[in-house]
Design a binder for this molecule. Structure first.
Ligand SMILES: [Zn+2]
Length: 560
């Protein structure tokens, strides 16, 4: 045997050995002899359906902008999937929201040179009614006050108004930190801060108007003045990524451009090159349309009026597919229900999932459900919400319910070692101030638990962006999350004890945070000179009372 063959055989053996150790490392050790937990593991990890579900929802159906027909299609698909698994499911109407159909967007630069721009309508934008709109551009000047702005408005008639800040660079901060000379980086940061100041909400360019998420009150005022349309850009701190939200304009279209193309059009306008753009936008505003939540239930046998509630918003923005916000949370909850129906079909408590709509426009669906179902709010043993991307869960803990958190600790301790190993138990915690649908319930005293995922650059790449697509889903993480959450739901359902609704005292929590901050500040001041902190970078004081719930709007409530 020659040397090459020997080394080839050795290499093959070491690969086989490595694979075996990997497989052995992944085999779980369970702290109890509970057979249901073992079966959950095998259904969740060995015959997962998350990839098929994601392909269907994210690629074939698409984004679920609230009030649209696509959202309704997606909800009908949800119901049909649950029925195919033998789980009862229905769409439960709670109100109306404005409807809209997104058609194609095509935006070209015609002069001083020809280029097809990376651009699309923001959500709910009016279109160009079947014919191209050709117009030149104008930059929103910096005004001393809103009277000056109103005097300027006639100049903007028939033009496309650039209403977002010009990008100084479309490179992410990480590039500037790594490659810029210290002087250059400092200059860049100072100029970027000045620009951000001038264009900041709520008083954009001194107009007295705000942009909200896509056009806002400023967009409406410009539309009233007869502009042809508005050009916007909300780049994230990453290459090629931008947020795409919504407008309340009904005549003048609002278009989102990539960082690079917005910068190009802005500079051409600034330089007096008089750029001309052609917009071909197909869309239709449809007025108020019915909206509903999708609810699926596995009824409890022993305590049917007590609930373990799964929660994940189903709606999304529509700049891409809404894959990680919140396709992954939705698929996670579907998969949890599928696993439990197979492994634990007669639960002690009722297991229910709420696929809420209207989250992105103000937690509307979940708030409405809370108002419409006081019996569920009162009967809930535990609520698990997921809405922070695709990553495997690394933090599990309470949201300000000491007794419920004690119960949750007993569930956590029964998880197999490989799932527990990657997760930090967060303790009692505190309620948040909104942000996702769990708020709609814990504000009313329903014990809820945080499931914090590994971030996978969620904030810069996928959250509300044009890049939130199927390929960003990390299926290994999603599969393990479904297995983990199915186990927690099973354990919460089986718990011989009912969780109590005792809450932490918010005032004494606030006092101890303030005391700790003061001590830290005193220690810092003793060693470093004061840096002249401004009101802007001073954190908000900690809340002294439990957050209040607010009311669900039952029809479109504009956010301007
Ligand atoms: Zn979300």
């Amino acid at each position: 045997m020659n040397l090459r063959r020997v080394s080839a055989i050795l290499a093959a053996l070491s690969v086989a050995f490595a694979e075996r150790t990997l497989a052995q490392a992944a085999a779980p050790t369970f702290p109890t002899d509970d057979a249901v937990l073992r079966r959950i593991w095998s259904v969740g990890m060995d015959s997962s359906r998350v990839e098929q579900l994601a392909g269907r929802l994210l690629d074939s159906i698409g984004p679920r902008l609230n009030g649209t027909a696509i959202q309704r299609n997606a909800q009908n698909w949800l119901v049909s999937m649950y029925k195919s698994w033998g789980i009862e499911a229905k769409n439960e109407r709670y109100g109306t929201w404005r409807g809209w159909r997104r058609g194609t967007s095509h935006v070209d630069l015609l002069s001083p040179r020809v280029r097809t721009l990376e651009a699309t309508m923001v959500g709910f934008s009016p279109g160009t009614h079947g014919k191209p709109l050709v117009a030149s551009t104008i930059i929103l000047p910096l005004f001393g006050d809103s009277t000056q702005f109103v005097r300027w408005l006639p100049q903007a008639r028939g033009k496309l108004v650039l209403v977002s800040a010009p990008p100084l660079s479309c490179r992410p901060t990480a590039d500037w930190n790594e490659f810029a000379s210290p002087e250059s980086r400092q200059r860049y940061q100072a100029r970027a801060a000045d620009i951000a100041d001038e264009w900041a909400n709520p008083n954009v360019r001194g107009t007295g108007y705000s942009m909200a998420l896509g056009g806002g009150a400023l967009g409406l005022r410009l539309e009233k003045a007869g502009v042809a349309g508005i050009l916007t850009s909300r780049p994230k701190d990453a290459y090629g990524t931008r947020e795409i939200f919504e407008t309340y304009n009904t005549r003048a279209p609002a278009v989102s451009l990539s960082c690079e193309d917005y910068g190009l059009v802005f500079r051409l306008t600034e330089r007096g090159d008089d750029p001309r753009l052609r917009l071909e936008l197909d869309s239709k505003l449809l007025g108020e349309q019915p909206v509903s939540n999708t609810i699926a239930t596995i009824p409890g046998t022993e305590k049917p009026n007590e609930y373990v509630l799964l929660s994940a918003h189903f709606d999304s923005w529509d700049g891409s597919s809404g894959a990680t916000d919140n396709g992954t949370g939705s698929i996670l909850m579907m998969e949890v229900m599928r696993i439990l129906k197979q492994v634990y079909p007669r639960p002690k408590r009722t297991i229910r999932v709420g696929h809420w709509t209207g989250e992105e426009v103000g937690l509307v669906g979940s708030r409405a459900y809370r108002e419409d179902h006081p019996e569920v709010v009162a009967g809930t043993q535990a609520l698990f919400n997921q809405d922070n991307g695709t990553g495997r869960i690394e933090r599990f803990g309470g949201l300000g319910f000491p007794n419920a958190t004690e119960r949750a600790r007993t569930w956590f301790d029964k998880l197999p070692d490989v799932l527990r190993a990657g997760v930090t138990f967060g303790g009692v915690g505190a309620p948040g101030l909104g942000g996702s649908d769990d708020f709609s319930f814990y504000c009313a005293g329903t014990p809820a638990f945080a499931l914090g995922g590994v971030r996978w650059n969620y904030g810069n790449y996928t959250w509300h962006t044009d890049r939130d697509t199927y390929d960003k889903v990390v299926f290994d993480d999603l599969r393990s999350n479904a297995t983990l959450v199915a186990m927690l739901v099973y354990l919460a359902s089986e718990d011989p004890e009912r969780t109590s609704r005792t809450r932490i005292d918010m005032a004494s929590r606030a006092d101890s945070i303030l005391a700790a901050n003061a001590a830290a500040a005193a220690a810092t001041n003793a060693t470093t000179p004061p840096t002249g902190s401004t009101a802007r970078n001073r954190p908000a004081p900690p809340p002294r009372v439990w957050p209040s719930c607010g009311e669900a709007p039952r029809k479109t409530r504009p956010r301007l």
